[in-house]
Write a protein that binds this ligand. Structure first.
Ligand code: ATP
Ligand code: MG
Length: 336
């Protein structure tokens, strides 16, 4: 039987290099082998952007354009808008009974994000429970595999717990209804931000290089990147570890030997930041130029792009509705 992938992104802004190595690359590589569903998670975006609905709405099509630009093929991968599938919200309600508030408060990614957003004192209930809504997304599509960045591993663990608990609590007449998912991490599961801070590259932190950034913007962002603050003069020895310019070269430069040679020269002293940054700009341009070109082509027909998204959403909704019918039966709900 064909195995299923479900993954997605929050339409809080355009997709960036972190998405590419963390998840998009894997989706594109596997889309013909797996039944692939990709969720534009606008409900989840509202959990911390409830007061910016216009921003969330505007980014739905932007994220869809990013998908098409990186090579997700609407002929094989199904792109779905989360808020158009009310069955996902329904399953969230059922799963919420199967997790304790204490367990939700222990999720390390949610804890980090609450700190970042200043939510510790007064966290919206919807934000605290977003891992449950994400588990519902995964479960409704009966996904086997979820390609995600490292920050999402605790979410998949919670999804597995919820699926197990559901199947134990509501055994279906002909076997378990929900499927235990597994996370699939990318080759780089956590790309740092251009600021070299402790947080990963994130749309909401302003430390991103977007897949849709024009070439001069990419060059400007690379020039402004954090490097090694003790590497003041060209002749000073520099540190490669924790230096995001080298982290990006590791992630994106296909010429491993050239990167190793640059690292050795940087460590020894005598290699200026500007030379390493020029190399990185070149490497990123080779990756981003075709993505930018495809994006511009698709953007000429936004009506058509919207229709592809609507068609995907219709197919996705049918899938979720079929699972929910089984869920209701297993739960012996009135009318099922
Ligand atoms: P926001 O700041 O709004 O949360 P985000 O940049 O974290 O945005 P998401 O939409 O939350 O992006 O994440 C979508 C997917 O991309 C997830 O699987 C996540 O793990 C992955 N991802 C996001 N940022 C990175 C990164 N810097 N490195 C690797 N994977 C990432
Ligand atoms: Mg995020």
């Amino acid at each position: 039987m064909t195995r299923t992938i479900l993954t997605g992104d929050r339409p809080t802004g355009p997709l960036h290099l972190g998405h590419y190595v963390g998840s998009l690359q894997q989706r594109v590589a596997l889309q013909r082998e797996y039944a692939t569903y990709v969720l534009i998670a606008d409900l989840q975006a509202l959990t911390d952007h409830f007061d910016a609905p216009e921003q969330v709405r505007a980014n739905v099509l932007e994220v869809m354009l990013d998908y098409l630009a990186v090579g997700l093929d609407p002929a094989v991968a199904t792109m779905v808008v989360q808020s158009q599938v009310p069955e996902l919200a329904e399953l969230t309600m059922y799963l919420l009974n199967l997790v304790s508030v204490a367990r939700l408060q222990r999720n390390p990614t949610v804890k980090d994000e609450m700190r970042q957003k200043g939510f510790e004192a007064d966290v919206p209930a919807g934000f605290l429970v977003y891992p449950v809504s994400q588990a519902a997304d995964i479960a409704a599509f009966k996904a086997d595999l979820v390609p995600v960045g490292g920050d999402q591993v605790p979410m998949i663990e919670q999804a597995v717990e919820l699926v197990r608990r559901f199947n134990r609590t509501y055994p279906g007449a002909s076997g378990p209804v929900l499927v235990e998912p597994e996370a699939l991490l990318g080759p780089v599961s956590r790309l740092p931000g251009t600021d070299g801070g402790a947080a990963k590259m994130s749309k909401s932190l302003g430390n991103v290089i977007n897949l849709s950034d024009p070439a001069d913007e990419v060059a400007r962002k690379v020039r402004g990147m954090f490097t090694d603050p003790r590497h003041l003069r060209v002749e000073d020895p520099g540190t490669v570890e924790g230096n995001p310019v080298f982290a990006y070269l590791d992630a994106f430069d296909p010429d491993r030997a050239a990167v190793d040679a640059l690292k050795a020269r940087y460590r020894a002293g005598g290699l200026g930041d500007s030379v390493v940054k020029a190399r990185l700009t070149e490497v990123l341009e080779a990756l981003l130029a075709p993505i930018r070109r495809r994006r511009a082509e698709w953007a000429r027909d936004l009506g058509g792009v919207g229709r592809l998204l609507d068609e995907g959403t219709t197919r996705g909704r049918a899938m979720a509705a079929a699972t929910l019918a089984e869920v209701r039966r297993a739960m012996r709900l009135y009318g099922s």
